[in-house]
Write a protein that binds this ligand. Sequence first.
Ligand SMILES: C[S@@+](CC[C@H](N)C(=O)[O-])C[C@H]1O[C@@H](n2cnc3c(N)ncnc32)[C@H](O)[C@@H]1O
Length: 380
Amino acid sequence: MSQRRERFFATCAPGLEPVLHEELKTLGLSKVERQTGGVYFEGSLADALRANLWLRTAIRVLMRVARFEAKDADALYERAREVDWNRFVRPEGTLIVDAHSKESALDHTLFIEQRVKDAIVDAVRAKHGTRPSVAKENADLGVYAHLFRDRCTLLVDTSGESLHKRGWRAFQGRAPLAETFAAALVLLSKWNGRAPLIDPFCGSGTLLVEAAWIAENRAPGLLRASFGLERWSESEAALAARLRSEARAAQRPSKALLVGRDRDPKTIQGAMENVDAAGLAGRIALDVGEALELEPRKGWNAWLLSNLPYGGRIGDQREVTELYRRFGRWLREHCAGFHVGLLVERGKLSATLALSNPVHHPILNGGLECEFLLSEVAQP
Ligand SMILES: C[S@@+](CC[C@H](N)C(=O)[O-])C[C@H]1O[C@@H](n2cnc3c(N)ncnc32)[C@H](O)[C@@H]1O
């Protein structure tokens, strides 16, 4: 496998860059540099595999393969044609190109995709006599072309399917958090992995499952069948197998108490299916019930993390405002000393909770402007 150092860009939801940055540094990767929408780092293909296997908040890990000026279609084609595409795709394989353009002479993204695709298939045909085909679904190779002020960056996708697809989700629910997003919230909350963790509006159980995997030091990519770069050559696939067995050995048991509740019986049934699929049967206590009737035990010193019902999407606005007001009071009455992390829609609702000195993290959750509020419930 190539030891060559490459430049990678791990993408994430806007607002989560600091969490991803921290994760990459913890993995020991070098030249880690934060940008909007993701974090750059440098490393070998083995590092990229490790990143795919271990990053909890990244959506994809892309590898930069070229950067050049492209003011017209010929320059785009010629420079794209210089990339060694035979490294990444075989003639019998499939590919897809996705283009974005901003403030550039070449601004027709379909045309950019077409020219880059032509360059790739011509490069493969020149070597093998036959060419890969285009596939919209499950392509062997994903290529991204980004044009900004006439400079084109070409990246190849090392992840394949989005990394939020961990392989444990059997049930969706009504407004589930993305797995990558939920993991980021747990990391932002600085949960210590030992204290009880409660989600009284747990829905499909995303926060609880991701928290349990963090506590067990379980690599988030362990249940996935493969990553995109394993299709590049046999040596990458062999290395991935080794990294997976190392990751399995790094897993450790956790005794942390995890508690989830939702008032909807079908949702709790679905959350149980997810918990089972995640290999966590018996590890998370789930029940059907009203959040505000939960009675945390005194002296738990727990973390309460939750994605509260949204005003706009679920339920009626007035009802939700009332729920937030009552929930804020319930926290003060029942959860003194708890660490609280609540994901709410940005706006007036958060003030209704009346948390004490909350830290606000603005986050975009599936296009919805949200904020993650971190606070500690005051002791009486
Ligand atoms: C935004 S969703 C949570 C989604 C969850 N984080 C996930 O990833 O699937 C909010 C959940 O709160 C539940 N809910 C709403 N009001 C509730 C209440 N008063 N008590 C308990 N659960 C409630 C809803 O059934 C819904 O599943």
